[in-house]
Design a protein around this ligand. Structure first.
Ligand SMILES: [Zn+2]
Length: 125
């Protein structure tokens, strides 16, 4: 690290550009903090000082191999979509946040089962 004289906001000044650059790549605060070796709190404080931000819903973590109901993630296309294989053998292109919050648990073949089990309360499957 280079020398700096001002102790007033040294972190913000040193890391601001890097943080903003990483944020443009849609990295989360935690991911940025880890890469720069600073705390998540510092990152979010610096980012929020830059004005309103679009919330980042995307989680860059790779879900490949994880199971959600009857679906197993076999390929991650991007931060929003992934390819899953259902227990029944069908492949399905799934909206990732729906997987994580439990809205989607099968390729659609579960829907019938849900209807039979829970009259009325049917999740989006
Ligand atoms: Zn299925």
């Amino acid at each position: 690290m280079g020398s700096y004289k001002s102790l007033k906001n040294p972190l913000s000044e040193r890391f601001q550009d890097q943080i903003l650059a990483l944020r443009k790549e849609r990295q989360t605060c935690a991911a940025i903090a880890q890469q720069l070796g600073i705390s998540t709190v510092t990152v979010s404080r610096i980012l929020s000082a830059q004005g309103p931000l679009r919330p980042l819903h995307a989680n860059p973590r790779d879900l490949t191999g994880e199971r959600f109901g009857k679906l197993v993630v076999v390929e991650q296309l991007n931060s929003k979509r992934c390819i899953c294989v259902c227990d029944c053998g069908k492949r399905k292109n799934v909206y990732r946040p729906s997987l994580k919050n439990g809205c989607i648990r099968s390729c659609g073949c579960l829907r019938g089962e849900w209807r039979q089990r829970l009259h009325g309360a049917r999740p989006r499957v």
